[in-house]
Design a protein around this ligand. Structure first.
Ligand code: MLT
Length: 252
């Protein structure tokens, strides 16, 4: 498992979205590593981490637990965006005692509909047949708000360069892992740690209503909705995302 570690203090693990890599957190690490110890892994099959034939959310969560073992960290803040959020919930279910606090960004607790599962299988096969560039073409317009696409072409380019470096086998395994993921809705009411929920108001993939549901179910959670932002809230509006993150972490 490839990862970066930067800063000192409270350990904060941030898990990236599909089909990106740990570089998507660079603005958070850059801005806040003078206050917190950030650990940003590439999930299995992405970036510089090994490709595995299977990539369930539970397996990815166990990878993170092993990484924390290696680093000698018993408890950490665990956070993730979208797929990273699915892994975060799977981590909490398996290792609640290792979680100091949760960050759930642009994600959902529900499992996939049958239609979404079929679409994932189609995309897995497309990745294997046509390569990662085809997945970049398909995904990037869904990841960021139309205004971001129109006005900030450098963001699309940055995302593209992350996607195309991924192995198609890793992309396919993660799509199948996400299709197989369990519904975590029943877990929400059992969460007993401080939880920050962040979402972009224009998120098409995990719309704000899904975050509002998590906020209702997770006792004492904080919900932050960022205007003019799509699915990749931390990349599209780093300053606002960082403000919410810092406010949350500094209060722990
Ligand atoms: C992500 O951003 O991680 C993915 O779009 C999540 C998903 O496909 O459900």
């Amino acid at each position: 498992l490839a990862y970066d570690e930067r800063g000192e203090g409270l350990p904060v693990v941030l898990l990236h979205a599909f089909p990106l890599n740990r570089a998507m957190w660079s603005e958070q690490v850059e801005a806040l590593s003078h206050k917190y110890r950030f650990i940003t892994p590439d999930l299995r099959g992405f970036g510089e981490s090994s490709v595995m034939p299977s990539a369930t959310m539970e397996e990815m969560a166990r990878d993170i637990a092993s990484l924390l073992d290696d680093l000698g960290i018993e408890r950490a803040v665990i956070g993730g965006l979208s797929m990273g959020g699915y892994v975060t919930l799977a981590f909490y279910r398996q290792f609640p005692q290792r979680v100091r606090a949760l960050i759930l960004a642009d994600t959902r607790a529900q499992a996939d509909s049958e239609e979404a599962r079929l679409n994932r299988e189609r995309m897995a096969e497309r990745a294997l047949r046509e390569g990662a560039a085809a997945i970049a073409e398909e995904m990037i317009p869904k990841l960021i708000a139309p205004q971001t696409i129109a006005e900030r072409p450098e963001i699309s380019e940055r995302l593209r360069s992350m996607v195309v470096r991924n192995d198609p086998q890793g992309i396919a395994a993660a799509q199948r892992g996400m299709a197989a993921r369990r519904d975590q809705s029943d877990l929400l009411a059992q969460i007993r740690v401080p939880t920050l929920i962040i979402v972009g108001r224009e998120d098409q993939l995990t719309p704000p209503e899904l975050s509002a549901t998590m906020h209702r179910e997770i006792d004492g959670s904080t919900l932050v909705v960022l205007d003019g932002v799509g699915h990749l809230s931390n990349v599209e509006r780093p300053e606002e995302f960082n403000r919410a993150l810092d406010q949350f972490l500094s209060g722990l």
